[in-house]
Design a protein around this ligand. Structure first.
Ligand code: HEC
Length: 236
């Protein structure tokens, strides 16, 4: 290949990546909110999924996690831990004041001297996606919130892993029933003690996720083990 052709190709590549990047920066990614109940009002004063509580809140957190990762994480940070590009959203209080400010920014975005620093998401993603993302953001654990439980969570993880391996080797799941029930209760207790940054009553942590997974099936042992492993390495 001659030098001229090489240069042309390289230039072409640069143009393409820049375009892709600029495009990726402004195009909001749709969020699938079909599993969530419809809202009476799109922009109520407070997070309607927090108010609904229970399974609706948990579902909203899960959907919000993926909506957040696709639309917000590149500026506000993975797991909502800001790297400094944009404010840390974990500390917006989980009440009407925090919600009001959240909606203001979500709907209008933010521009400074004609430069868009944050795109407006309101019309493109809508209220259901906004509140699902809000639910995820407000239930993040506070900085270091898992530290005091990390050793015990590591032990529980190892215990579940050993049980998963034993079951794979032919041990009956029912042999472990009582032990798993006890571990599940302990995890639930830990989950209830992990503080959120926003003051929300529920904190979405590896402990709470593992509790939700442990449904008594052999598969759930492996899944809970993985969830704890990933959560503990992220918390380090
Ligand atoms: C291109 C970068 C970018 C993206 C993408 C982005 N934001 Fe922002 N966001 C910012 C910046 C910069 C600010 C600070 C604006 C200011 O000074 O008030 C901000 C501010 C905010 C605030 C106000 C926070 C505070 O403490 O004042 C909220 C809430 C917010 N963003 C939510 C979101 C959500 C939710 C998403 C995803 C749907 C998102 N942002 C996507 C850059 C971004």
């Amino acid at each position: 290949m001659g030098p001229l052709l090489k240069m042309t190709l390289a230039a072409g590549l640069i143009v393409t990546t820049t375009q892709a990047f600029a495009h990726g920066d402004v195009a909001p990614q749709p969020v699938d909110t079909a599993a969530l109940p419809d809202l009476e009002e799109e922009w109520p004063e407070e997070n309607p999924f927090r108010e609904a509580g229970g399974g609706v809140y948990v579902e909203a957190i899960e959907i919000g996690a993926s909506g957040y990762n696709q639309n917000c994480a590149r500026c506000h940070g993975l797991e909502v831990v800001s790297g400094g590009l944009a404010p840390d959203l974990r500390y917006l209080s989980a009440d009407w004041e925090g919600d009001e400010w959240y909606v203001e920014r979500f709907v209008n975005g933010y521009s400074q001297n004609g430069v868009t620093k944050m795109p407006a998401f309101g019309e493109l993603l809508g209220g259901k996606a906004a509140w699902a993302i809000r639910s995820y953001v407000e239930t993040r654990p506070d900085d270091g919130a898992l530290d005091e439980f990390a050793d015990r969570l590591g032990e529980i993880r190892d215990d579940l892993k050993t049980k998963a391996e034993a079951v794979a080797d032919g041990t009956e799941m029912s042999d472990f029933e009582d032990e798993i029930t006890a571990l599940r209760e302990e995890l639930d207790g830990i989950a209830g003690q992990v503080p959120s940054g926003s003051g929300a009553k529920l904190t979405d942590s590896p402990a709470s996720r593992a509790v939700a997974m442990l449904d008594g099936s052999p598969d759930s042992l492996t899944k809970a083990t993985e969830t704890l492993t990933v959560g503990l390495s992220a918390a380090e």
